[in-house]
Design a protein around this ligand. Structure first.
Ligand SMILES: [Zn+2]
Length: 536
């Protein structure tokens, strides 16, 4: 995502002169008023086993017999060259879901059937799902309630914790490594209207009904990630990204009024009356957003259908976003490795505290930016969110523990797009803005270690340190690294990192090792200087 702050104003002043020629002087140096920083109330990390809230599964809700292709049929979301990847992904979870959406009420009822294979080396006694909208924070003031849970066809014991954002589903017997179980759930949710009003300063607008746009982030119970540290059950933050998840297959039936235009992860494969069916291919999440007012413009880029969804009066801006996304896609395909999906959607959405947010196969750009599409920040936001398809979705990372991994790569990638599209001056101009922010941090005694977790940055008094360190200093590290090892090794490393970790979750060391391997030498001094030190 990109956090909204006054930074764009500074950026525009720095880059406007440099990029003006290339962009046809459409840039305007008007500074968008800065959004006031959100109130951040650090939430204490709570051990979900420490204060359980017993909640018996409600009875009386019938989970419908869902049509379920499982992993079959998922190839529709992938380009022909990428379909061979499916063979290596047979063990990832598979979600088959149906959801009935009451658009006018901002509410929905759904059911899911999750096929889960234990890919760990130890038996699992429970499975953990996240009910993220209950956190408030970046989700705003809505809710997601699970009303029934069955495992293997039998009612299962459940336990809610961490402000009802963690749902533990007990398994009758431990699930041995390599074995598969089936979890069925019925659930319902309500989204806030207009961000929940003035009393609710949190919320990006990702779970929200505003200006006719219904955004549904985190609308279903999503499996938590199990890794070397066990189940990851981080509290949702009011800053940064808010979902950490594994690759899974999704097949989703959406029942919604047929006048609604939907943008979703994955692709539409079937339509019948008010029912639309989507499949995602391997995907870290399934996001959807809808409005009767969306105007859609599409473009084919090497077999990928790019679609831009904009609101009335913003068709021109929608075209600018489409062009920036198309250009970014081409540059990243060439520099990092091929985008494997058949679609990518760019969607205008009313947002707050964020300029853009990424999801698999779809991303949001804030409506405010559409009012002045000639600002370079509009293009940069678009290019940044496109880059997250590589860094976050395809190559995943723990966005709570190591937010710098995807954010610095997405930030630096957007500047690679500027460099290759608008020239060296645009590249150096954007990098000067990063340096300016980092130098101001240092002057204020607020420089920090890049690799710190989100919770650390959230605990700081100044919320701007997070983006300055994680995005800007992290991107400067990559720029400096590229100058040190040269273009050939730098891009060889990114290509190896992408190819070697596609569909997986990486750690900082995976990226750093890729650079050392490509360079053929240790880079410890550079890593210490940029990633692990703070300077005055
Ligand atoms: Zn981002």
């Amino acid at each position: 995502m990109i956090r909204r702050s006054s930074k764009w104003g500074v950026l525009i002043l720095l880059v406007v002169g440099l990029a003006c020629l290339q962009l046809g002087c459409g840039l305007v140096s008007r500074i968008t008023p800065a959004a006031s920083p959100p109130t951040v109330s650090p939430q204490p990390a709570t051990d979900p086993t420490a204060r359980p809230t017993p909640k018996p599964a409600a009875s009386g809700v019938i989970i419908p017999a869902l049509p379920g292709p499982g992993s079959a049929g998922q190839e529709a979301a992938l380009l022909p060259d990428a379909r061979q990847d499916l063979a290596g992904l047979a063990g990832i979870p598979s979600y088959t879901m149906a959801v009935d959406i009451d658009y006018a009420a901002g509410a929905f009822r759904g059911a899911s059937r999750v096929s889960y294979t234990n890919q760990e080396t130890v038996p699992l006694e429970s499975l953990y799902f996240r009910l993220l909208p209950n956190a408030g924070k970046s989700y705003g003031g809505g809710s997601l309630e699970v009303t029934q849970v069955k495992v293997g066809g039998q009612p299962a014991g459940t336990r809610l914790s961490l402000s009802d954002t963690v749902l533990e589903v007990a398994l009758a017997q431990p699930l041995e490594a390599g074995r598969t179980t089936l979890v069925e759930m019925a659930f319902s949710g309500e989204v806030p209207l207009d961000f929940g009003g003035e009393s609710n300063p949190d919320g990006y607008g990702i779970y929200n009904l505003s200006q006719g746009v219904l955004a549904l982030s985190g609308w279903y119970p999503i499996l938590a990630v199990y890794d070397a540290n066990g189940w990851n059950l981080d509290p949702v933050s009011a800053m940064g990204d808010s979902v950490y998840s594994d690759m899974a297959f999704y097949s989703v039936d959406v029942m919604a009024s047929s006048d609604l235009v939907l943008a979703t992860s994955g692709v539409l494969v079937e339509e019948s009356g008010e029912r639309r069916r989507f499949v995602s291919g391997p995907s870290r999440d399934f996001f959807m957003i809808m409005s009767p007012d969306f105007q859609v413009s599409s473009l084919d880029v090497g077999g990928v259908r790019l679609s831009s969804y904009s609101l009335p009066g913003h068709a021109g801006a929608g075209e600018v976003a489409l062009a920036a996304a198309a250009g970014s896609l081409e540059v990243y395909n060439h520099r990092f490795g091929a985008y494997p999906y058949t679609e990518l959607d760019i969607v205008e959405a009313p947002m707050r505290n964020a300029s853009g947010v990424e999801y698999p196969g779809v991303f949001l750009v804030g409506s405010d930016l559409y009012t002045d599409p000639d600002q370079l920040s509009f293009t940069i936001t678009t290019a940044h969110e496109v880059a997250h398809q590589w860094w976050y979705n395809l190559v995943g990372n723990d966005v709570f523990a190591e937010p710098w991994l995807d954010e610095s790569l997405a930030t630096y990638s957007s500047n690679i797009y500027l460099q290759e599209t608008y020239g060296e001056d645009a590249y150096q101009g954007y990098a000067s803005y990063w340096l300016d922010r980092v130098e101001r941090l240092r002057a204020d005694g607020e420089d920090d270690v890049v690799t710190r977790p989100l919770a650390y940055f959230e605990s700081l008094e100044n919320p701007a340190v997070y983006s300055a360190v994680t995005y800007n200093k992290g991107a400067l590290f990559l720029k400096s690294l590229r100058e040190e090892i040269g273009d050939q090794a730098f891009f060889a490393a990114l290509q190896a990192y992408y190819a070697g970790h596609k569909y997986r979750i990486t750690r900082t060391d995976d990226l750093l090792e890729a650079f050392e391997t490509a360079a053929g030498r240790q880079l410890d001094d550079l890593y210490d200087e940029w990633l692990y030190s703070a300077h005055e």
